[in-house]
Every structure is written in structure tokens, then in C-alpha cells.
Design a protein around this ligand. Sequence first.
Ligand SMILES: [Zn+2]
Length: 269
Amino acid sequence: MADHLTDLIEELCVANRILSHEGVLDAFGHVSVRHPSDPKRYLLARSRSPLLIEPDDILEYKLDSEPVKRTSVRLYSERVIHGCIYQARSDVMAVCHHHAPAVMPFCVSGKPIVPVFHVGATIGEQTPFWDQADEFGDTNLLVVKPEEGQSLARTLGRHWVVLMRRHGATVAGTSLKELVSRSIFLCQNAEYQMKAYLLGAPTQLRPGEIKLAGSINVMPSVVARTWEYWSMRLQAAGFWPPHVKTPGEAEAKQTAVGAAPAAEKKKRV
Ligand SMILES: [Zn+2]
């Protein structure tokens, strides 16, 4: 399990940096993953810009979003978003909250983002809209109180994306790699939808198309392909996190692990 936890922490660092490098996260925003052996905990960095995250920045949190071990480092103020969604949705394994430029016009106008092309189907049929003022009146728009996080999780409901009025979006996934795909494809879809408005009123995919295309986009083989692509772009740009195996090293490790039983078998014969 220790090995699995180490691998997941490294994957979380890469996810932070991919989402930054691909324009989803900037100085703000954050991404978390549920703990691999304790569903009542999750992993999230200390307060730091996602492009800079490295393994030592990752902390364990309980679902009330308090750190498991007392710490003096600064924490993300909006971490209740993560804990409240993990509490509400046992199927969610990873969460990303961001203020990507591609989604902001929709968050400002209140117009829904709908899947307008096949890859965009990964966002699902609906992106519910959460207006913090409905329940809480005037706020600084940050989601910092447990009741605010719970309200956001209620609006997310059974969906994968929730838009937040004049703030940003929160995206959920059944794995970290699926979450990264969905977060990036949400932004691509928003950009295409926005451009399509120039040509007229874009229509969305049919419900059957959303179901069929959406299930292809989250297949492990497809998610592995997109992850490899974004990882290589990150590495080529020089932003690969320190103290994290590169894609080449990870593959070599896997080959070595896979080869061990065969070598053992040969010895026994
Ligand atoms: Zn925010």
C-alpha cells in the first residue's frame, strides 16, 4: 500500500501540473484525490500554485477538510469543496476546482455549458449552476464554510461538473486521470461552444450521443492515451515535478515488476 500511496501522490503532483500547463488551473485552483486505502481521507496539496506542486507539498485530510496531522503550513481556504463532495458522493475519487478562462463567461452569464462535440460528452448531459447568494447572501464568493461546501455538493448532485456563479467550476471524476481528462475537455467544449455562438445558436449532442460518446472518453485505454500525451507535453516544457518518476522511469519499473515472476519461474524450472 505504501508503494501505491507514493505512486498516487506522484500522480497527484503530475495532475496539478498538467492542469496548469493545459490552462485549466492558474495561480489558483486545486485538485485532490481520495486516499487509496481510507475512503474517509483525501490527499491535497498545501496552499501553493498547482504548477509548483511536488510530493512534499501533499497532505492528508479528513472529510471535514481538517489535516490528519497538525501542520503550520498554509492550507487552501476552499478545501471544504473537496471534503464535502467526497462525503456526498462515494463514487467520486478525485475533484478539481478551478477558475479557467474558458468557463468564466458561462459562470458570469449563467448560460449552461452543454456538450457540443463528441469529446465534450465526457462532461455529461448537464452542468448545474450554483449561485452562492441563493443560500448565503453577500459573501466574498469563496467556498470556505462546511455549509457552503455542502450546498455546492447538493447542486452538483449526480452530475460531474458544477458551474459556480462569477467564480469558476468544480469537476469530479472516478479516478484522477479521468478527472484530468474531464477538466481539460470541459474547457475545450466551453471554447468551442463560445465560438459556435458567433455562427448561430449551437445545439447540444443528443442524449443518446452523450451517453455513447461519454462512455468512450472515460475508457481506461482512452484516458491512458490522453494522460501520456499531456504528460509528455509537461515534460517537454520542463515542468515535470521534482522527485517524481518520469513516464520512461515508470514504464521501466512496471516492466521490471512484470518480469520478476517469469524470472522466478525460470529459476524454479
Ligand atoms: Zn475558487
